[in-house]
Design a protein around this ligand. Structure first.
Ligand code: NAD
Ligand code: G3P
Length: 363
């Protein structure tokens, strides 16, 4: 028979939560640094070892997972930043996630559907997912599907979200920032806050999950627009107009497509703040600048500039363009539409200013 004390200890051990990070790119690695440290500082709450599923690839003749686990650094996607030693890169998706109580999804959105299908039937029924992914999926009916919903539908578990003004290299350097957690109830919010919050990464929790997620996806498109005006050598006033008109289209998109979308959510870090961060320092902004300066395709630019990382803006622009076209609403979203056409190389980026000049907000 166990003594009362040892039973208490066993009970505590039994409820310790195990975490798996599903993804290991630029943001995945930056968040792994936070999660790895936080679990160590709450040993009663969390298992110390955190699996980080890593899509395997070669790095200078060796497996990337081996290099990451040896150097405790993601030398390809977040070089120069040490990861805690309890973060363990694993190329086996099912082995990484099967005993996890919390699944942190953080990968370019085009890979989520396939990844979830592989995980199906192999995860705990009681697991909680949280998506840090800024993009959309298209459901079988051709409608926009939130990534959190896609994860919920395939895995049959709850999925929260976390989005904000969080450029990964700055978070990895521990520069102060804020983020927004969206989840169904207070319990999930408190649990996720204990996973992510630090003194330099402050989490606000709210329940308007779909608006948070929509902001995260759409700001990537506006970021390209900001880069286009930078590429044209225009100044702060023009960029501010891109941000404002982009924000107006984001709000309108929420009104039309998200039931119960609340305007107040745009004032959280996931809204205006992420728009500002992306339009000034994001990869999508960099893409916009280069779209003006070169004739190369998006794929070529992605390969040359990001070397394995991903621009999510062009894909999101395409996803929403299809929906707006089907609904005959393209004219109500001229900024989103122009950025889509510029990314397809159907429109000269120098024409972008005409779209701003004639925007319905000015009529
Ligand atoms: N990087 C940032 O600053 C940042 C900040 C906040 C949110 N986000 C969002 O987080 C998500 C992930 O971004 P990221 O920066 O971590 O990724 P990333 O742009 O660095 O993408 C590279 C990752 O994709 C993986 N990958 C490539 N092919 C794959 C495949 N077939 N299946 C699965 N994975 C594959 C690579 O292994 C690598 O881990 C995106 O939605 C992004 O918008 C990024
Ligand atoms: O570098 P971007 O443009 O993908 O943006 C990164 C983050 O989403 C900023 O919060």
């Amino acid at each position: 028979m166990h003594s009362r004390f040892s039973l208490q200890v066993l009970t505590k051990m039994a409820i310790k939560k195990s975490i798996c990070i599903v993804g290991s790119g630029n943001w995945g690695s930056a968040i792994a640094k936070i999660v790895g440290r936080n679990v160590l500082s709450s040993p009663d709450l969390f298992e110390a070892k955190v699996n980080m599923y890593m899509y395997e690839e070669n790095f200078e003749g060796r497996k990337l997972t081996e290099v990451v686990n040896e150097k405790h650094e993601n030398v390809k996607y977040l070089p120069g930043i040490k990861l805690p030693e309890n973060i363990v890169a694993n190329p086996d998706l099912i082995a990484s996630c099967k005993s996890a109580d919390i699944l942190i999804f953080v990968m370019p959105h085009q890979f989520v559907r396939g990844t979830c299908k592989t995980m199906q039937e192999h995860i705990k029924d009681s697991a909680l997912a949280v998506s840090l992914i800024k993009g959309f999926d298209k459901g079988p009916d051709g409608k926009i599907l939130m990534i959190s919903k896609l994860i919920e539908d395939i895995l049959n578990i709850d999925c929260a979200v976390m989005m904000g003004a969080n450029l990964a290299p700055e978070v990895a350097e521990e520069q102060f920032c804020e983020t927004t957690i969206g989840c169904k109830n207070k319990e999930q919010g408190e649990l996720l806050r204990s996973v992510f919050e630090t003194d330099y990464f402050r989490c606000a929790v709210c329940t308007d999950i779909a608006t948070i997620e929509m902001c995260g996806a759409l700001k990537n498109v506006v970021g390209i627009g900001a880069g286009i005006v930078d590429g044209m050598g225009l100044g702060h006033n023009t960029k501010a107009a891109v941000l404002r008109l982009g924000l107006m289209e984001m709000v309108k998109f929420g009104e039309l497509f998200i039931e119960g979308s609340q305007e107040v959510t745009f004032f959280e870090s996931c809204g205006v703040a992420d728009l500002v961060a992306t339009c000034h320092g994001g990869r999508n902004r960099l893409l916009g600048e280069n779209v003006v300066k070169s004739d190369k395709t998006i794929k070529q630019l992605e390969k040359e500039i990001l070397r394995g990382q991903s621009f999510q803006g062009p894909l999101v622009a395409q996803e929403i363009n299809q929906v707006l076209k089907e609904k005959n609403m393209l004219e109500q979203f001229p900024l989103f539409t122009a950025i889509y056409k510029i990314c397809q190389r159907e429109m000269d980026p120098r024409e972008f200013i005409n779209c701003l000049r004639n925007h319905p907000e000015h009529i």
